[in-house]
Write a protein that binds this ligand. Structure first.
Ligand SMILES: Cc1cc2nc3c(=O)[nH]c(=O)nc-3n(C[C@H](O)[C@H](O)[C@H](O)COP(=O)(O)OP(=O)(O)OC[C@H]3O[C@@H](n4cnc5c(N)ncnc54)[C@H](O)[C@@H]3O)c2cc1C
Length: 414
């Protein structure tokens, strides 16, 4: 360490990292430990907490929460920087900040919460010619491109958008696009709009259990063309090629091919899971790595004691609150709290048609249409935001290590 001050360092300020930092600050406040004895510091690549789950929407104006609005009242130190190394032996993280490379910071407890990134396989043209909604910047770039389309010379695929990957992100984006394109292009050119959702699985929404037929119905009702059983072979500036020879003229390909844990996880001497996540125990401690916790998309916990956590803000936020709490307890020799969540829901936006809400790991249909949409709006616009009133007591109340009840919805009548 640099001084006698003990330090908890959090890498990342997304859903897991922000709540890790606030969870740690809350526990220190409860224990009346002053900031000159234990410091909580967050290193994040941007000055914002990005409400990443909303990147399929437009506009995105309200999706970047200035970190200082939340961290300052909680007494958490914010460092703008990109972490590039973790020295487990000497307990230091290395990072670069703006034009200042080669910085480092010592830690007594470390919480890795650097999230995940879109998987980008080596498909010809994918990196050069496709768009994504994985990050705020990616989503803004896509929107800027769509806004330019009406000014382009006519071409066969000018108003065709091909979304590749029909996981939750791909479905939510495809369901939004017909109405979004109409608002950009105008109803007069409405007939020229095509939105195609392609996936290699036999059915679009295959993994969505009881919601699968609802998803198909909603997409088709909004004019989305479904293209299952295809695999992306190549992307060019003006088209897309699938295996089996299918070629589609398009000016816009959006890749939604799934997420993989941040590459920083490779710095740990553990066996990662297939998503690159490091295994953590019920207290969020990385297996066999002393003094290090992990939360969110970087970490794999058995969330109900049996099933692995899902890369989601649904799991990332509570993982963060518990990781922060437990890092303080571990540092001060207090009992830690195990995290266990005995419910799982999926609430999928289906554009102007509505949404669908499922319960349980097998995804039983609980609500759909306008009722589920209301729940989705409450989640996206309220539930997952930190308090933004600058009040320390509200921020600490939200950071307590408790498991929330599932989101409320008006249920289907059986
Ligand atoms: C379009 C879209 C829709 C989604 N919809 C849902 C949904 O409906 N429900 C749901 O539960 N989940 C959803 N997800 C998934 C969800 O967004 C992620 O699971 C969640 O963001 C994970 O939280 P996290 O804190 O682990 O990572 P992130 O939110 O990705 O945050 C990681 C943070 O770490 C920072 N960072 C990364 N690398 C470094 C570094 N080297 N140094 C410093 N800082 C770094 C980043 O800047 C970021 O602030 C969706 C994702 C997308 C893209």
């Amino acid at each position: 360490m640099d001084t006698d001050v003990k330090r908890i360092v959090v890498i990342g300020a997304g859903f897991a990292g922000l709540w890790s930092a606030l969870g740690a600050a809350r526990k220190l406040d409860e224990l009346r430990v002053p900031g000159d004895q234990v410091e909580v510091a967050v290193i994040n690549g941007t000055p914002y907490h990005s409400i990443r789950v909303r990147n399929y929407e437009q506009p995105l104006d309200d999706t970047l929460v200035p970190l200082d609005d939340v961290l300052d009242p909680a007494g958490v130190r914010r460092i703008l920087g990109k972490v590039n190394s973790i020295d487990l032996q000497n307990r230091r993280v290395g990072f670069e900040s703006g034009d200042a490379p080669g910085q480092s910071l010592g830690y007594d407890r470390l919480i890795l919460a650097a999230g995940s990134e879109l998987v980008r396989p080596a498909i010809p043209g994918l990196r050069e010619f496709s768009f994504d909604v994985d990050t705020f910047q990616g989503a803004a770039r896509l929107q800027a491109h769509l806004l330019e389309l009406p000014g382009r010379p006519e071409s066969p695929g000018r108003f065709t958008v091909v979304v590749v990957g029909a996981g939750l992100t791909g479905i939510e984006l495809a369901a939004e696009l017909p109405a979004r394109l109409r608002s950009i292009i105008g109803e007069s050119h409405g007939n020229a709009i095509r939105v195609i959702l392609a996936d290699r699985s036999p059915k679009i929404g295959q993994a969505m259990g009881g919601a699968q037929p609802v998803i198909e119905e909603a997409l088709v009702a909004q004019g989305v063309e479904l293209l299952p059983r295809v695999s992306l072979e190549a992307v060019t500036r003006d088209g897309v090629q699938f295996t089996g020879g299918e070629h589609i003229d398009t000016a816009t390909v959006v890749w939604c091919g799934g997420m993989r844990a941040n590459p920083l996880t490779a710095q740990f001497p553990v066996t990662p899971d297939p998503f690159g996540r490091v295994p953590v125990d019920a207290f969020l401690r990385v297996d066999n790595v002393p003094n290090v916790f992990a939360a969110g998309d970087c970490a794999r916990i058995l969330i109900d004691g049996e099933r692995p956590s899902v890369m989601s803000c649904q799991h990332g936020r509570p993982m963060g609150r518990y990781a922060g709490h437990n890092a303080v307890c571990d540092l001060l020799g207090l009992d830690m709290l195990p995290l266990a969540i005995d419910w799982y829901t999926t609430i999928l936006d289906l554009g102007p048609w509505g949404a669908v809400y499922t319960e349980g790991w097998e995804r039983r249909l609980a609500s759909q249409g306008a009722a589920a949409k209301q729940t989705k709006r409450t989640i996206n616009c309220e539930r997952i935001y930190p308090p933004r009133n600058g009040k320390r007591e509200d921020i600490f109340a939200a950071a307590a290590p408790v498991v929330q009840a599932p989101p409320y919805t008006v249920r289907e009548k059986n």
